[in-house]
Design a binder for this molecule. Sequence first.
Ligand SMILES: [Zn+2]
Length: 322
Amino acid sequence: MARPMTPDQWLKALRAEGVTDIVEMPGWRTNNRNHKGPFSDVHATMIHHTAGEGTGLPSYCFNGNAALPGPICHDFLARSGRLYLVGNGRANHAGTVARNAYDAVRNERSHHPAPDAAEPVDGNAVSYGLECENNGQPSRTWPAKQYDVAVRVQAARCRFHGWSADSVWAHKEATRRKPVDPRLPMDQFRRDVAERLAHPASWDPNDKPSKPTTPSNPTTPPKETDVPLSNDDVKKIWTTDGVLKAPSTAAKGNTHWTADSYVRDIHARLRAVQGTLDATNATIRAMAEALAARDAAVDVDALVARIETAIKGISVRLETES
Ligand SMILES: [Zn+2]
């Protein structure tokens, strides 16, 4: 179970991911359709195009129309790269979706199948939605800035929840009703999200790796962070470690790993693990609160403390046994 982010958590995650041009639309924190259905257990984040362009889109996304009441997404990304925060909670962006498409994102499979015709899943209950300004014409490209922010937005959600990039899906992958929504090569888009997730949130793809510096004093040893690692080194480390899967770029014969980029990669993985732990702790508290709501005799803090102590006990045992 993954509890949706609070508005403050979302703002913090966006800024950490380098999204700076943000407009908080008045009322976005409480703009939702929670009265129409659930939005309490999320497993995916969807990307859409608006199929139209213009300055009226932020307010359209916020309000929707009679046939499709708003919010019709969580965020709206203009072609300029400016991100509008539109809603928090259930939004009218996905509609019903195919079971096979949802299973793929929920289980973070690398293969995202063409969606079945039947749509038994309530997509609005389980997925965040990002709308991007693009008219959907085959010749209409995405400005580099807009594409970069779209990658950052989806990476920020995945990072927060500890998800992989395979939790990102397009509307066209979820339903046959939207065959070109959006016209993005989604496998490439997910690779770009995955690359972000392999770095700390502050990573900028335009940053070039630092060049080894020649020390002015020849007795000074070279900086350790500039030591290049061969693919064999990388392979050896991961085989020895055997716990985490090897970096995807290493598998493709990437020869640019250095000790520095390697540490950054490990750091990003640790952050993802920490995100999962935080979510688990929040879940324990939510369960305790739910129990307390039914039974006044339940002391939430005491119950949470007991569960956390029990988990710590297990971790300590595992450490001493390994
Ligand atoms: Zn859509």
